[in-house]
Design a protein around this ligand. Structure first.
Ligand code: FMN
Length: 165
């Protein structure tokens, strides 16, 4: 019996973390890396919870786990970049999903307000952090987009069913 027929029979089985993760994995997303510069150090996190929020003003959001090794750095940041990866940048997604990476080998391009953009992306968004909302085990970061860059010739990296495409 599949899940749908289970629910159709009125069974209110609790949604387990495993079920929730598996269900959400059926939603195809792109992959972004959010980056902040703190002093001379660059912090980056692979994030697929990215979405647009508002047109007027241009706002986007993403969420970070409250237990992330870099949550404090992101929370205190003023400016950050959101880098939408191309299908040639899977290695960057792997790199920035690791804890305590060394980012010296990553090619960055400096933007306004000390923002560092990753080179070779489908798009880069330079953002000002506007708001943080703690909800559940994650914090939602709401950012105002102050500058954008995109490349029509590149194809995005996609993520579906826990696999890259
Ligand atoms: C495809 C993919 C998407 C991810 N999306 C998110 C996300 O939206 N939010 C988040 O907090 N972590 C996300 N992660 C996990 C982080 O990249 C990272 O692995 C996690 O925060 C643990 O490392 P940390 O403690 O150094 O932050 C994602 C990982 C992968 C591989």
């Amino acid at each position: 019996m599949d899940r749908l027929s289970l629910y159709a029979k009125g069974s209110m089985k609790k949604v387990t973390i495993k079920d929730f993760k598996k269900t959400m994995s059926k939603f195809t997303t792109g992959i972004t890396v959010v980056c902040v510069k703190d002093g001379t150090k660059v912090y980056g996190k692979t994030v697929n919870s990215f979405n647009s929020l508002s047109l007027k003003p241009p706002l986007v959001l993403f969420s970070l786990g409250n237990n992330s090794s870099s949550i404090k750095i992101f929370k205190k940041s003023k400016y950050l970049s959101i880098n939408i990866l191309s299908n040639k940048q899977k290695s960057l997604s792997d790199h920035f999903s690791k804890k305590f990476q060394k980012n010296t080998e990553v090619n960055f391009l400096e933007g306004i307000n000390n923002i560092l953009n990753i080179k070779g992306c489908v798009a880069n968004l330079e953002c000002k952090l506007e708001d943080k909302i703690k909800k559940g085990d994650h914090t939602i970061f709401i950012c105002k987009v102050i500058k954008t860059k995109y490349n029509d010739k590149l194809k995005p990296l996609s993520y579906y069913n826990s696999k890259y495409y």
